[in-house]
Design a protein around this ligand. Structure first.
Ligand SMILES: [Zn+2]
Ligand SMILES: [Zn+2]
Length: 422
């Protein structure tokens, strides 16, 4: 896990730099595809994902080395050809995993976060799950195990394969000629994120689009059908942690409430969105019907709240980078506590962005907890040995968090936006 933390230490600023570049480019060409609160929410989702993954918080049901040991028919050396074959096999597995995530209720829960943004931009690519708590992905790698692809090859290729899916989350690149027949392009992936009936659940490929063409899930972006982004059951929150478990919670409620025992069992494995007939009638859920005229989630936000949300995002990112930097010195228990601060932090400030009053309790709690930790350990996870007095700066940050929570929950009244439409 330490090498993963090191990789993230470099990957995070790289991806954030590209997001910033897209924001500036949008401003320059006067075609902004970012909304500040949405982008803060997306990037915060990315933070929770990498922290969770770096801690290895997953129950591995099947591991690749296990399959390799029991299934390999041949033993092959890691020559360049193996790398190429492994990449293609990995992409094939990725296609089917993605298809499974879209079509089965239970699996949709861990993918919905990626589709929950109502914008489409590079930040949206970083909306990655924390609800993937069961490690079953290796099952899809059975073809690789049969061929005897070494574990190291998979371990190196998997993050590269994931990172290579970042760039095509943009609206600034049009169609790409002959490449449209080989790889997944921004145009194809816009279709994937769209909820138009022509587009939904199409283009499930990750790097190569050949799988979609082979298995009948390919759809070209059409000029007369501009993609509309989001999910049919809107998330209605900036809080990525809530979004990660919203669908699961709906399934739990439906399974609990339905009278049919058969439905209680099968709801988890039915097509995404399927609900038992009795609860569907008794507890209707809002679903977007007219994709061109639905209201995007935009709770009121003053400029000071926007600036404050950005400040919280930056501070949380800086603290997380320090966590990765000092990973081996902090120790596992310390990392869990550090990770908890990141999670509660994201939960707190995004709830404040949602303009929920109870956010104040979370913010005061984490502010006091942070100050107490610094007071009792006379440090912040060893930060003072890298920069003297840095723990004082962290303490000031927690003081600001307490005041920010109180200020935005109680003192900044929701204001009436001037009605420009009239
Ligand atoms: Zn998807
Ligand atoms: Zn995507």
């Amino acid at each position: 896990m330490e090498s993963y933390a090191t990789a993230l230490l470099y990957a995070t600023p790289f991806f954030l730099g590209l997001v910033l570049f897209e924001v500036l480019y949008g401003r320059f060409v006067k075609n902004q595809k970012h909304n500040l609160m949405d982008t803060v929410s997306s990037l915060s989702s990315g933070l929770t994902n990498v922290v969770k993954d770096s801690l290895g918080l997953v129950l591995v049901l099947v591991s690749y080395p296990f399959l390799l040991e029991h299934l390999a028919l041949t033993e092959i050396k890691a020559t360049w050809l193996v790398w190429v074959v492994a990449f293609i096999v990995l992409d094939f597995a990725g296609y089917w995993n993605h298809r499974l995530s879209h079509h089965i209720n239970f699996f949709w829960n861990q993918h919905v976060i990626h589709h929950s943004s109502e914008e489409f931009n590079l930040a949206c690519a970083l909306r990655q799950p924390i609800s993937n708590l069961l490690g079953y992905y290796a099952l899809l790698l059975i073809p690789a195990a049969l061929l005897g692809v070494p574990h190291e090859v998979i371990a190196v290729l998997a993050p590269i394969h994931l990172f290579a899916q970042f760039w095509y989350h943009t609206q600034h690149i049009g169609k790409m000629g002959w490449l449209e027949y080989v790889i997944v392009t921004p145009s194809q992936h816009r279709v994937h994120h769209a909820i138009n009936k022509e587009y939904i659940d199409k283009n499930l490929g990750q790097i190569f689009c050949i799988w979609d063409r082979m298995f009948g899930t390919f759809q070209e972006e059409l000029d007369e059908v501009p993609p509309q982004y989001g999910v049919l059951k809107p998330a209605n929150t900036w809080n990525p942690i809530i979004i990660n478990f919203q669908h699961l919670w709906r399934l739990v409620k439906d399974a609990w409430r339905t009278k049919s025992y058969w439905d209680k069992l099968r709801i988890w494995f039915m097509p995404t969105g399927w609900r038992p007939a009795d609860v569907k009638e008794a507890y209707p859920v809002e679903i977007i019907e007219d994709v061109y005229n639905f209201e995007k989630y935009r709770p009121e936000a003053s400029n000071s709240l926007k600036a404050y949300a950005l400040f919280q995002l930056i501070m949380t990112t800086v603290l997380m980078l320090f966590m990765f930097y000092n990973y081996s010195n902090i120790g596992f228990e310390g990392l869990l506590l550090f990770g908890a601060f990141v999670f509660v932090g994201v939960y707190g400030y995004t709830t404040l962005m949602d303009r929920k009053k109870y956010a104040v309790w979370i913010e005061v709690f984490r502010g006091v907890a942070g100050l107490a930790l610094i007071f009792f350990t006379k440090d912040w996870f060893g930060i003072d040995s890298f920069l003297s007095m840095a723990s004082y700066l962290v303490a000031i940050y927690f003081l600001i968090t307490i005041f920010g929570g109180v200020y935005f929950a109680y003192f900044e009244k929701p204001y009436a936006a001037p009605n420009l439409a009239s």
